[in-house]
Design a protein around this ligand. Sequence first.
Ligand code: LMR
Length: 394
Amino acid sequence: MLENLSAQPADKILALMATYKADPRTDKVDLGVGVYKDATGNTPVMRAVKEAERRIIADQTTKAYTGLAGDPEFSAVMKDLVLGDSVPNERVAAIATPGGTGAIRQALELIRLAAPKATVWLSNPTWPNHPSIIKYLGMKMAEYRYFDNDTRGVDFNGMIADLEKVAEGDVVLLHGCCHNPTGANLTYGQMEQVIGLMRKKGAVPFVDIAYQGFGDGLADDAKATRQIASSFENCLIAASCSKNFGIYRERTGILMAVTKDADQQALTQQNLSFLNRQNYSFPPDHGARVVTTILKDPALRAEWEAELEQTRNGMLALRQQLADELKRLTNSDRFDFLAHHRGMFSRLGTTPEVVEKLRADHGIYMVSDSRMNIAGLNAETVPVLARAIVAAGV
Ligand code: LMR
């Protein structure tokens, strides 16, 4: 049987992780996979997470199964964190999932159940796992323009022109904040226009929000998602706790479906629980319990928010330092986009050949599409990267 297998396409982000690991150079710089690192290159366990885990271990009296949809308290705190009061609770169905990727996968399976002929529209570029999963599920997909390589900002006219081609019932995947891989984001005004167009077309929005708190702050980063949730009868939201709680390996995420009314909510909830049962039965609980413990305790929540703010401001400072250094070296403001981008990533906007040169000559690792993880830098490596960028002729 197994001789019939053929090799699957490699994920370029994960392949890069392996190449980086194998590189013996001690001064190599990892700007690859989207994992936060502090100035010493460590991915810390956040203080509030440590404390929540301590309490869970001390107080937990059973490891019996939770519900198929996960712990309802987790759904409640996450709905509050992501959606605020943009949509009434009785219109939201939700399941806990293994990470944000699990939520995306379940969302796509729900779309396939409800609208098997729908095309899923993706930004070009997007996180490579989006098209990969859609293709694997045998669903239809199309792309809308998103990134302007000249300005390194959003190609808004191109985006609108492409979304004009969306058919009724199609699904449009939007990044809630901190676009991955570009770092370029819509303004709220632009999001209003996109919402207006999607409503006119009868499209269903699907929001992937994996970096809430990494851009302009917890509330501001949720604004676009809330704008969307309050503007449609139906929409899907896949949220990840991997990055903003730093609990990557705990696989903690949630899929929320905004429904028309309470009846549709009950039906959707039943379908979502069914999908959990088919794919992995009960979702993982530990990370979800950590998140719930933090969000329900005012003091722990304040501690978490403070550390997240520190993380966010650290990334903003690195962005500014890199933009300033490049301004000094090139005597031009053409790299100012690095300070305007938000989140963990910025797309440098150069060719795979230049990316390879940066790796070979300088030990600087970024994804071949020139996505850089800003959190992989520190005050010492920013000037190294800036000099390498200039030397490579970007
Ligand atoms: C990334 O984009 O680097 C992260 O979301 C990690 C991953 O799984 O690709």
